[in-house]
Design a protein around this ligand. Structure first.
Ligand code: AMP
Ligand code: ZN
Length: 114
């Protein structure tokens, strides 16, 4: 989608520190990390929120999380644990309207979230 920063990253029109990529998804470093490890995993397909994911897209959504686990493992986060987050919409704090999974690790996180 035009003017979407994450579509632009997926199309290599905007630079990013990409750590994983395949034909369906990519993972890259968050530009404003909130923890020692902060990666974003996105589908190449432009979904705004989880509400845009159709039942037939389940395999892609599943793959997104498989890759989130893979990059977390590669960063050595499996032992300590890590957090995966999807913010959907304004009240959740979503600022980029292209669905993304945050992979956060390297420090302790609290619950409930702020
Ligand atoms: P959210 O607030 O859940 O929509 O998360 C959007 C995330 O994207 C934030 O953590 C931003 O720091 C991050 N972000 C925005 N622009 C870029 C960019 N060009 N490259 C990498 N991360 C970005
Ligand atoms: Zn997009």
């Amino acid at each position: 989608m035009e003017n979407c920063i994450f579509c632009r990253i997926a199309n290599r029109e905007t630079p990013a520190r990409i750590v994983y990529e395949d034909e369906r998804v990519l993972a890259f470093e968050d530009i404003r990390p909130q923890s020692p490890v902060h990666l974003l995993v996105i589908p190449r397909k432009h979904w705004m929120t989880l509400g845009d994911v159709a039942p037939e897209d389940g395999a892609l959504l599943g793959h997104l999380f498989i890759v989130a686990a893979r990059v977390a493992r590669e960063r050595g986060l499996e032992g300590t644990g890590y957090r995966t987050v999807i913010n959907n919409g304004a009240w959740a704090g979503q600022t980029v309207d292209h669905l993304h999974v945050h992979v956060l690790g390297g420090r302790v996180f609290h619950w409930p979230p702020g």
